[in-house]
Design a protein around this ligand. Structure first.
Ligand SMILES: *Cc1c(COP(=O)(O)O)cnc(C)c1O
Length: 389
């Protein structure tokens, strides 16, 4: 062989394939076949239930391992990965709608998902109507002959309203419509959406599944009945997560249970402490007794995660900045679900149409895995800075 041929052909086979604990990382565009017969046999198998790898990220071992693991944990049938949670939101909706359909979407849905529906789907003659997250069985009054999807998220983004998912699912199914749920806050660990009537679950694994603030990844998890349309949309859009990101997400998922139990254990005393502060008008967290969503949370969920909002009593922007700028442990930044504590002002002025926010300044916190007493001291120092202005 000449050097140029060597460069192309050497180093492509492992001398030994060790039997390691985790699924090894496969980075690939092309998959090679041993014969024309084998190649032909896998034609059209991209989305087949046999999950055969044929090309690129479609059905590569890492992706299949992650998708199957999450599907089982969430109580669904099969799943596909997307390169972000937002891509998964878009993918789930696109899997369900046709031109001429009417979609009911909760007013408290993740804002970029709302925008995808309201500004993008509408271009294809899909009508989007937002509804009160607390509507429950009352959603029946909003159903139209062409309503095909009810989109839910419980608790909702930033304002944490609980939804009566079983009641909504009953209305949807009596009508022949599907229920999609964004299950980011609880994950399948604390809420089995499929057992409560949901047909398709969206999971921004960027948050708790990956859990380490180093990955963007989304999944759409389907029931057996909705799987054909979900796998079809993933293939048509050409959207999958990279093997590296699937690897990191699987790795993060190993500790999902211990992390969520710790997020919950730290968050409960913190929200109770916050609720007693004179600067606070209200804590928005469904696992806090007295929260409007408490009864539904207790009925349907088996735990609570570390994300909540605080409505402050009226204060100036300068006071708010004094409090937020100098936290020692709560980083000022978007996202949540990692091991670390975060804070961000919840700007929902353009993200509500049924119930525009009329309360005081709203701040969203994520309680990470730091010691809860250290976090309370950090929050206390923040209030002192606010009061000193
Ligand atoms: C963050 C988030 C998403 C989107 O996930 P990305 O991976 O950041 O695109 C979707 N839904 C909810 C509820 C979220 O909080």
């Amino acid at each position: 062989m000449k050097k140029d041929t060597q460069l192309a052909e050497l180093g492509r086979k492992a001398v030994h394939e060790p039997k390691i604990v985790n699924v090894p990382l496969h980075r690939a565009s092309t998959v090679l076949f041993d014969s024309l017969a084998e190649m032909r046999a896998t034609q059209g198998a991209w989305g087949a239930d046999e999950q055969v790898p044929t090309y690129g990220v479609f059905n590569m071992p890492q992706e299949v391992a992650l998708a199957n693991a999450v599907a089982e944990l969430e109580g669904g049938y099969r799943a596909v990965t997307f390169p972000s949670g937002l891509a998964a939101v878009a993918g789930a909706l696109l899997a369900c709608v046709n031109a001429g359909d009417h979609v009911l979407m909760t007013d408290s849905a993740y804002a970029p998902g709302r925008q995808f529906a309201a500004s993008f789907l509408t271009r294809f003659n899909v009508a989007i109507e937002f509804y009160d997250p607390a509507i429950g069985a009352g959603i029946k009054a909003l159903m139209k002959p062409n309503t095909t999807v009810i989109y839910t998220e419980s608790p909702g983004s930033h304002t944490f309203e609980m939804q009566d998912i079983p009641a909504i699912a009953e209305v949807a199914h009596a009508h022949g419509a599907l229920v999609i749920m964004d299950n980011a806050w609880a994950t399948g660990y604390f809420f089995n959406a499929f057992l409560h009537g949901v047909d398709i679950v969206v999971q921004p694994a960027t948050k708790y599944y990956a859990g380490h603030s180093d990955v963007l990844l989304g999944l759409v998890i389907a029931s057996e009945r909705t799987w054909p349309q979900v796998k079809d949309v993933a293939i048509r859009l050409g959207q999958r997560a990279s093997p590296d990101d699937c690897f990191l997400t699987l790795r993060g998922m190993r500790t999902l249970g211990v992390r969520l139990r710790q997020h919950e254990a730290s968050t409960l005393p913190i929200v109770q402490w916050l609720a007693s502060r004179p600067e606070v008008a209200r804590v928005l967290y469904p696992a806090l007794p007295g929260d409007p969503g408490y009864a539904l949370w207790k009925r349907d969920f088996t735990g609570a995660s570390g994300l909540f909002s605080v409505e402050l009593k009226p204060c100036s922007r300068t006071q708010l900045a004094a409090m937020l700028d100098d936290y020692a442990h709560f980083g000022l930044g978007y996202s949540w679900g990692g091991f670390e504590s975060l804070v961000a002002p919840a700007n929902i002025d353009n993200a509500r149409s049924v119930h525009p926010w009329r309360g005081g300044p709203l701040v969203r916190y994520h309680v990470g895995l730091e010691d809860a007493e250290d976090l309370i001291r950090d929050l206390e120092a923040g209030f002192e800075r606010l009061n000193a202005v």
